[in-house]
Write a protein of this length. Structure first.
Length: 229
């Protein structure tokens, strides 16, 4: 087998059987009863376990080497990555996984849906004539005869849109009350004094740069300037 799990339960007499995996050859030498659980995955991890009832040992041999390992009754061994020197004790059983129990789910029976086009054929109006009778042999009474004599009445429903318009209400002008002239004349009025004008700030005049007094050197420069002008 390439990958997966098997469980053996058979009796061998004077013969030898074997199970091949991608990395090992598991030899079952008779005579003896072999109840084995073997599991291998695609990473080379191979688990070999002796189940209850086994009376003989199985021998695990390498396919590409000469190493061997003996699996004694009631012993489980895990070989990592196809190597006999990496021996571990498996946590779970080496056999096949337990069968999954089916999950029971409650289902609601779907009722047939009647389209709107055929709803009139399936529905009936309850009238006085379709009332069930309590006794088939009983004669109709006067009350029943009066009810049956009345014509059946059918209720009718109509859809109409509701529209509001305020044009007519705007055209009808209501009578406005007269203005309250007497109340206005009775009001007490007081004259408020005027506010004083804001304060005026007078700024000093800007001095003329030409009117600035000249010093001694300024007069000398002005004298020679007037000569050579």
């Amino acid at each position: 087998m390439s990958q997966g799990a098997i469980e053996t339960d058979y009796l061998l007499k004077e013969s030898v059987d074997s199970v091949l995996t991608p990395d090992f050859r598991i030899v079952l030498p008779g005579p003896g009863e072999f109840n084995l659980a073997i599991r291998a995955d695609n990473h080379g991890n191979t688990c070999v376990g002796s189940l209850p009832g086994s009376t003989s040992s199985a021998v695990v041999a390498e396919l590409l080497g000469s190493g061997t390992y003996e699996i004694k009754p009631e012993q489980q061994v895990l070989f990592r990555q196809g190597r006999l020197d990496s021996i571990e004790t498996p946590v779970a059983s080496c056999g096949c996984p337990p069968a999954q129990e089916p999950i029971m789910r409650a289902e609601i029976e779907a009722k047939p849906v009647i389209p709107d086009t055929k709803a009139g054929e399936k529905l009936e109006l309850a009238t006085a004539q379709s009332r069930p009778k309590l006794d088939g042999d009983a004669q109709p009474t006067d009350v029943d005869s009066k009810l049956d004599s009345k014509p059946s009445q059918t209720e009718t429903e109509a859809d109409a849109p509701l529209v509001f318009s305020g044009m007519e209400r705007a055209k009808a002008k209501p009578n406005a009350p007269p203005p309250p002239l007497d109340d206005v004349a009775a009001l007490h009025l007081e004259a408020k004094p005027p506010q004083p004008p804001p304060a005026t700030v007078v700024l000093p005049p800007v001095p003329d740069p030409k009117a600035v007094k000249k010093g001694f050197f300024g007069k000398v420069r002005g004298f020679f300037g007037s000569i050579f002008h």
